[in-house]
Design a protein around this ligand. Sequence first.
Ligand SMILES: Cc1cc2nc3c(=O)[nH]c(=O)nc-3n(C[C@H](O)[C@H](O)[C@H](O)COP(=O)(O)O)c2cc1C
Length: 200
Amino acid sequence: MIAINPVDLPPRDAYRLMTSVIVPRPIAWVSTIGNDGSRNLAPFSFFNGIGGNPPTLMISVGLRKGQPKDTLRNVQENGEFVVNMVSEDLGPQMNLTAGEYDYEVDEFALAGLTAAPCDLVKPPRVAEAGVAMECRASQLVQVTDTTYTVIFGRILRFHIREGLLRPDGLIDANALRPLARLGGDQYATLSPTFDMPRPS
Ligand SMILES: Cc1cc2nc3c(=O)[nH]c(=O)nc-3n(C[C@H](O)[C@H](O)[C@H](O)COP(=O)(O)O)c2cc1C
């Protein structure tokens, strides 16, 4: 076995190593809106669900050149965001929205995506996404010794494309075809799923 002390690595290499170990990661495609009306859309793979009742998720957003990324700025302004799920066919558009654009740039327009209105929050959802979750931030936590802020959000509304919700109340992952992020520029798609009932 190779033992590596991350402290001995340049920060970028420690980041690259970690993100190639913790795989596959789901991708939150996060839409937000500034108080001036600027729309924003960007992907985040430091993303997961963290509790079920009420359904709560998290994304972790780093700084860019010492300043909050647009997503964090908008959530700091009004606490609202939408997590859109990225399916395989939306990979190229998702990637386009990861560019470091000026605050005023509308990534919906840039990537040729349709902004659909939400029910309870101001940011629009991505109409092309099979599932979107309207969220309200419940906590913003600046993580000690890092440049990251974790945004915890309560899910207020699910939007699910017809045909994706199975009769048992689960999303049909084989129909959703989620894209996952690996290390560097690598991505993965879902291989055939299988069931493994838990011991009673
Ligand atoms: C698949 C993917 C996942 C990403 N995950 C994260 C992440 O978890 N945290 C982060 O700070 N940046 C992440 N990024 C980079 C941001 O998407 C990028 O910095 C983007 O420009 C931020 O946009 P914003 O300033 O409009 O918020 C990721 C990029 C890609 C392509």
